[in-house]
Design a binder for this molecule. Structure first.
Ligand code: PGA
Ligand code: ZN
Length: 419
């Protein structure tokens, strides 16, 4: 019943209309399906997406990666017990032992690894989160990305993600309601101030208004929270993705038209944290500055310092960060590292060292909702899945609503204690 009989990959399109890899895995009992998401502001230590680089889809086709799934990977996995995720992922790593998975492709490996886990759950007749942990009952606090800057829009904002975090409510479903109400109100505020085009959205569904400064964006968000009646129950979070505005030669950062050295930038973040209820800052500095992150963490006090491009869900990089005290939270993205097992190792190490875990989508997504189950399955404190709008983002939030309903009285929402 649980032996893998067939693995089948295909090329589908993601939320940017670009090709990605989808994989179906079959046992006698059931089928499981998943697909690889895709980043725009990727860390340089990430697993490599294989792209065809030919005349199809501006070179972004993934037929080579799909072919790897349908040949080497399918042969290697046939007959394995689908419930043994670790053995499956080890088989994938034997096929591609390279550091950045450029032989099979991170896209082929991620889609396959997740499809196997989903097939295992389906074959056992349980939910994916139950497959990860039968006792799971914790719902993550959502971080809704409501204004998109950086590489995710042409708003002109250097900082990539402006998020609202409803942590002072009792249930996930109430957090989603707060997110939706504030998002709607923010759209009206931006339209009134910046004109009709201000409601246009970026890659993750957040608005992309042509505001002048970071503070303009944060002011609009604060106003939207207040107008919606949530006051102190909703805090703010930033993903700076600072590598995208760092000049390696000059060693300066460019924000709001100002070139700043590292210490000035940290001072600038401190000022922002004094003016606004910012609870978390992701990638405040460029992706190699482990020491700078540790310094920022000291200077930023209680604010969570989150490592995304810095860590790339990579255990070795995470271990280095823990030694130096660089971060207080891990951003977990399965496709940054490749297999589910490797991502779970990173999450476990983070938890073991007292760090928070934020399970995250990518800017290029499909309607695959695996990250919702992963967040619940590992008891992650937080989840980042974009705006509370757009189908591919809502796939994850709506899945969390269903999990909350299924858990009933057992559902546990961390709220403020997630920080
Ligand atoms: P990406 O951005 O998916 O475009 O890499 C997401 C993030 O930086 O968190
Ligand atoms: Zn990020």
């Amino acid at each position: 019943m649980f032996a893998i009989e067939r693995v089948h990959g295909r090329e589908i399109l993601d939320s940017r209309g670009r090709p990605t890899v989808e994989v179906d895995v079959f046992t006698k009992a059931a089928m499981g399906r998943s697909s690889a998401p895709s980043g725009a502001s990727t860390g340089s230590a990430e697993a490599l997406e294989i792209r065809d680089k030919n005349d199809r889809y501006h070179g972004r086709g993934v037929r080579k990666a799909v072919n790897n799934v349908n040949t080497s990977i399918a042969v290697a996995l046939r007959g394995l017990d689908v419930r043994r995720q670790r053995a499956i992922d080890e088989a994938l790593l034997r096929l591609d032992p390279t550091k950045n998975k450029h032989v099979m492709g991170g896209n082929a490996i991620t889609a396959t690894s997740l499809a196997c886990a989903r097939c295992a759950a389906n074959s056992m007749g349980i939910s994916f989160y139950e497959f990860l942990d039968p006792h799971a009952r914790k719902l993550p606090v959502p971080m809704f990305n409501v204004i998109n800057g950086g590489k995710h829009s042409d708003s002109g904002l250097a900082i990539q993600e402006f998020m609202i975090v409803p942590r002072g409510v009792r249930k996930f479903s109430e957090a989603l309601r707060a997110g939706s109400e504030i998002y709607e109100e923010l759209g009206a505020i931006l339209e009134k101030k910046y004109g009709a085009g201000a409601r246009a959205v970026g890659d993750e569904g957040g608005y992309a208004p042509r505001v002048k400064t970071t503070r303009d964006a944060l002011d609009a968000m604060e106003k939207a929270i207040k107008n919606s009646g949530y006051g102190k129950h909703v805090v703010l979070a930033l993903d700076c993705a600072a590598s995208s505005f760092y000049d390696e030669k000059k060693r300066t950062y460019l924000v709001d038209g100002k070139h700043m050295a590292r210490d000035n930038l940290i001072g600038y973040y401190r000022e922002l944290c004094k003016s606004y209820p910012i609870a978390s800052i992701e990638d405040p500095l460029f992706e190699q500055d482990f020491g700078g992150f540790a310094y920022a963490r000291k200077k930023l006090g209680k604010v969570l310092v989150v490592g995304d491009d810095l860590l790339t869900t990579n255990l070795t990089r995470l271990q280095h960060a823990v030694e130096l005290g660089s971060v207080s939270a891990l951003l977990m993205k399965v496709n940054q590292v490749g297999t589910l097992s490797e991502a779970l190792d990173a999450a476990m190490f983070a938890k073991g060292n007292g760090l928070k875990v934020i399970v995250s989508h990518r800017s290029g997504e499909t309607c695959d909702d695996s990250i919702a189950d992963i967040a619940v399955g590992i008891g992650a404190e937080l989840i980042k899945a974009g705006a509370p709008a757009r189908g591919e983002r809502l796939a994850k939030y709506n899945r969390l609503l269903r999990i909350e309903e299924k858990l009933g009285d057992r559902a546990m929402f961390l709220g403020a204690s997630a920080f």
